[in-house]
Design a protein around this ligand. Sequence first.
Ligand code: PMP
Length: 345
Amino acid sequence: MIPFRETYRDIPLYSPAKKPCRVDLSDNTNLFGAPPSADRVLREEGFLRLARYPAGYAPDLKRAVAAYAGVAVENVTTGCGSDDVIDCALRAFLEPGDAVAFPDPTFVMVPMFARLSALKPVPVPLRSDHGLDVDGLLATGAKLIYVCTPNNPTGTVASRAALERLVDSASGVVLVDQAYVEFTRGGDFLDLARTRPNVLVTRTMSKAFGLAGLRVGWGVGAPSLVAEVEKARGPYKHTALGEAVAVAALTDDVAWMEACAAEAVVNRERLRGALKALGLEPLPSEGNFLLVPVPEARQVGEALRERNVNVRVFEGLTGVGDALRIGCGPWPMMASALKALKEVL
Ligand code: PMP
């Protein structure tokens, strides 16, 4: 018998239901598509970049992120999606057996990444208003506390007072996942990464920027924090193409991204109204998605997929129960989801 790793025995592969559907609203990506600069970069320089390695530690991307975020290059780390930045941060700051605390429910990959690095996931339920339980998170004594704002899957934004108290009282690192920040009103906490020694803010090119297929994410924090994450990361986490396209998008397509995000937000609110008219109670959201509590969500999700609409199903979410998470984008897609839901419910 091969002596496989003991701590990996019960770890499943991540596999949300994914039947190909005409309307896929299951992963909160930019449903308007990819940024226009991506087409230009791939056509004009894509082929030329294939035979050589990209430069180690993505210096061009770091410069573009630094300019976009208004920080120095030393404040920036990047990774193969923000998934990778989170994973690297857990490895960088914690020893096997250490605790990672996070609100529950939150991004499902966090407990999974914790287990992959032999860390102890410590969920702390959100308060009944879906706000952070700051005292509960602090009481875990974890050396790394993860907070997602806007939170996936609830869509709620952490209050500044709560997050600042958490950051200022935590004994270790606070990782603030802002994958959906472009859809918020005033929910940007990049300033905490600039002013606090213990805050790493992660962001992604996968959601508002429309580049999920290229797997590019980034993090901002104090240079001493970033230096540790870079050690865990290693030199080559992007393809040369991914780095070049992300640089172009951050430089040339910010207005395009903002227009897509604004329309997703308008359609999110329109969809929320329509769902309420159906007697449903979607949670207020500042992401590009709505969490809709629905009994027997698995069966509902299956019936929607039979109608060519894919949404993300959650069963038994802490404080919520069964629910569907519906990604928001162009109105015709929302209309298809609504029509299918009306038939199913
Ligand atoms: N954080 C949150 C909250 C997410 O929902 C996701 C994607 N589902 C990620 C991080 C990771 O995204 P990516 O690796 O594509 O940057």
